[in-house]
Ligand binder design. Structure first.
Ligand SMILES: Cc1cc2nc3c(=O)[nH]c(=O)nc-3n(C[C@H](O)[C@H](O)[C@H](O)COP(=O)(O)O)c2cc1C
Length: 182
């Protein structure tokens, strides 16, 4: 059975570099891996009262799809030196009992930003959240795409050859870590 990975992208905009980067991950993933992109746009802002009442259709479906995943892929922009609010909100919805659906699963993170450090600060915030979530991160390679506006051509192709190699390695390492944790 192919490894089932759920992917979350922290940017909602149509021309998002991070969404394009997610497409590159799908292009370069190992053959025996499925990547399901979970849409997080329609999740309400986290509200414990709504959670206690069983959530709504969007939160229930999201948690169900997270539960069905064997591993996660986070593609994050950097917003004010952290991950975006929409991504944090989605993770918050997935983080609560009963049976938090990310617990003890393998995950990988990468991201693209306009700045020079390519979401490094956001990625380390996400790794910090992963401690509480008990997520198991792939440590290396780190894929931090800086100056993203210079690395995608008009058709959306990611033109950084070294970066493509790193993404291929990251996806392969995600598969290896997930297999080890099974
Ligand atoms: C609210 C906000 C905060 C931002 N903060 C940062 C930041 O801390 N560091 C950075 O490198 N870029 C920052 N940016 C610029 C983003 O890197 C840039 O908009 C990028 O294209 C967002 O990712 P996307 O293309 O996937 O939407 C910020 C953008 C927004 C909208």
């Amino acid at each position: 059975m192919p490894l089932h990975v759920a992917a979350l992208c922290g940017s909602l905009r149509k021309e998002s570099f991070n969404r394009k980067l997610l497409n590159v991950c799908i292009e370069l993933k190992p053959a025996d891996m499925n990547v399901e992109v979970l849409e997080i746009r329609n999740l309400p802002l986290y509200d414990q009262d709504l959670m206690d009442a069983g959530g709504n259709d969007a939160t229930r479906l999201f948690r169900e799809r997270c539960a069905a995943a064997e591993a996660f892929l986070f593609v994050t922009p950097e917003y004010n030196y952290s991950i975006s609010g929409v991504l944090k909100n989605a993770i918050d919805w997935a983080s609560r009992p009963p049976s938090p659906p990310m617990t003890a699963k393998a995950c990988a993170v990468l991201g693209a930003s306009g700045g020079p450090v390519g979401t490094a600060r956001a990625q380390y915030h996400l790794r910090q959240m992963g401690v509480f979530l008990d997520l198991r991160f792939v440590n290396k390679p780190e894929v931090m795409v800086g100056a993203a506006q210079t690395k995608f051509d008009a058709s959306g192709k990611f033109t950084d050859e070294a970066g493509r190699g790193l993404i291929k390695d990251l996806m392969a390492n995600l598969a290896k870590l997930a297999a080890k944790l099974k």
